[in-house]
Design a protein around this ligand. Sequence first.
Ligand code: UDP
Length: 369
Amino acid sequence: MPENTNLVVGAGVSGAVIARLIAEKLNEKVLVIDKKEHAGGNCYDYKDKNGITTQKYGSHIFHTNSEKVWKFLNRFTAFNTYMHRVYAVIDGIETTIPFNLNTLFDVFPRTMAEKFSDQLIDKFPYNTRIPILELQKHQDLKFLADYIYNKVFLNYTIKQWGLTPDSIDGSVTARVPVLISKDSRYFQDVYQGIPLNGFAKMIEKILEHPNINIKLKCEFNDYRSLPYKRFFYTGSIDEYFNYELGMLPYRSVKFKLEEHDRPYYQRNSVVNYPNNYDFTRIHEYKYYLNEISEKTVIAKEYSEEFQLGENERYYPIVNTENLELYENYKNLALNYDNLYFLGRLGDYKYYDIDKAIIRAFECFEEIKY
Ligand code: UDP
C-alpha cells in the first residue's frame, strides 16, 4: 500500500542509509527503486573473472573523522586497515600528493628542498593544510607556489573540469591542500579503509531489512504519481522537476579498463598524470583489498562533460550560477511537504561518502510526521 510506504529513489549510499533509518527507527515500510541494474549507486563494485574487486565507477576509499558514521558502517561490514596514498608523475618523477615536505625532497635538489621546507615551516604552523590558491597569495613563496600550481593543479584541473584552478570554486582544489608535514597519505582522517567484501555488498547489507523492498531497473516516472507517504529523491533535482527551470551541469568520467598479463601494472592503487596523456589518473584495483592474481586490471580515467542519456553524473559543478539554479529548484520543492532531496545529486554538493551519510542522518531528523 503506497499510503503506508516511503519511496526512496536511488539505491546508492544516501538512499540506502535513509531507507535503513526509516525502516529501523520508524518501523515503516520503504520501497527503494533504482534505474540501474544494481544497488550501490556509483560506489558499485564487483569481482571480475580474476577475483579482482573492480570499482565500476572509479576508486572509492572510505575515510571519516566521524565516529558515528564509522560505527554505523561497521554494523554492516568490516574494513581493512588501508590508508590511501596517491602518486603523481611530475617531470617524470613519481612522488606522493598532496604536495608535502617529502614531495619537496623528491622533486627538488636537496639544498632547494631544504630552503623551501624551512620557509614553509617558518610561515605556517606545523601539520596545517594550505590550499594552493591560498599559498599563491604569499609573494615570498611565489616560486614554490607557482611550481605546485603549474605542475600539480593546472593541467589536471583543465583535464578534469575543462577550467583552470582559479576559475573553479576554491573548495575543489582545497580538497588536496599543500601539507605542512611529512604526512604522505591522501587523507588524514582517523578512520580509513575499504569494506572487506566491497562497497556494493556493504550497501546491500544496509538495505537488508524486513521493512525494505528494492526494485531495480525501474524508472521514477512510473512511481511519481502514486500516493507514497514520503518521497526521498537522491537523483538530480532538475531531473525530478523535468528540467523546467533548465539543466544543472555536471562533469562525467569514463573509465577504459585494461587487463594486463602480469601481477602488477604500477606501484600504487592510483597514479595521477597531471601533465601527460589525456587521462587524469590510472586506478589499479587489486591494491585496495590486496588481492593476489597473476593478472591485473587497470582503469584509465577520462573526464568529460555530462550529457543526458550519454553518460553518468559524477561531479556537480559548483559556481554561483549553478547554485542559484539549484536554489530555484529547491524553492519549487518547498511546495511539497513530503518530498526530500539528499545525496551528491539531490543536494548538488561534492560529498564524500561519509558526508553523504551524515547528510542522510540529518535528513532523517528533518522528517515531518
Ligand atoms: N587535483 C589536481 N591535481 C591532482 C589531484 C587533484 O589538480 O593531482 C585537483 C583537481 O581539480 C581535482 C580536485 O583537486 O578535481 C579534487 O581532487 P580529488 O582527488 O579530491 O578528486 P576526486 O577523487 O573526488 O575526483
